[in-house]
Write a protein that binds this ligand. Sequence first.
Ligand SMILES: *Cc1c(COP(=O)(O)O)cnc(C)c1O
Length: 230
Amino acid sequence: MIAHNLQEIRQKIRTTAIQCGRDPATIRLVAVSKHFPPSRIQEAIRGGQLLFGENYIQEAAQKREEIGNAASFHFIGHLQSNKVKPAVQIFQMIETVDRFKLAAALDKELKLQGRSLDVLVQINIGQESQKSGILPQDAEGLLKQLLALSNLQVRGLMAIPPYVDTPEQSRPHFRRLRLLAEELKDKSYFFDNGHVELSMGMSSDYTIAIEEGATLVRVGTAIFGDRPEK
Ligand SMILES: *Cc1c(COP(=O)(O)O)cnc(C)c1O
């Protein structure tokens, strides 16, 4: 079932990309495996999926132990500064850097480990009061500060837009995130300004996100089915 779902989603990614004049190879699928057991991840790996997204450090640590280096993991949850050590050990990318204190803690830990790490800056694109992410108007200030943290490689932006009733309603949020990324790219705030990552789009709206420029789509239930309770 998982392999079948993956195949269908890959096909949709491909046709959507081609329809809007994009190279399908520039879009990566992040299989969001939170709450699902390692056996499901193994099943997805057998279906050719090698990149996963996880929201919780402890859960991800256990999965990393079982899966080993057969797959890559992106952190897509809310990260506390006191969890940077395991986070740096487990993940190939942290998609949710949204404050300087957290970034500085990550950078310090990376210096101790003698390596660097790809990160994205999470934007609160809908300017919602309870939500993680930095407000769009504060993004430039944070990115400017991040330039000083030499072990962090800021690859782009990530957002979780407000909950909406129909997928099409996500489009203006995706578009705003892309325009913000373009503005920041023009000022050379990213590690590679020729290739800026945009992580946006989930099970219900990833094709719309691709039309608006997503390079990473985070898809959970459309691959794995309904999530079990934690
Ligand atoms: C759970 C989650 C997803 C996946 O959501 P689905 O609707 O299951 O595709 C994507 N992004 C983030 C940040 C998540 O927490």
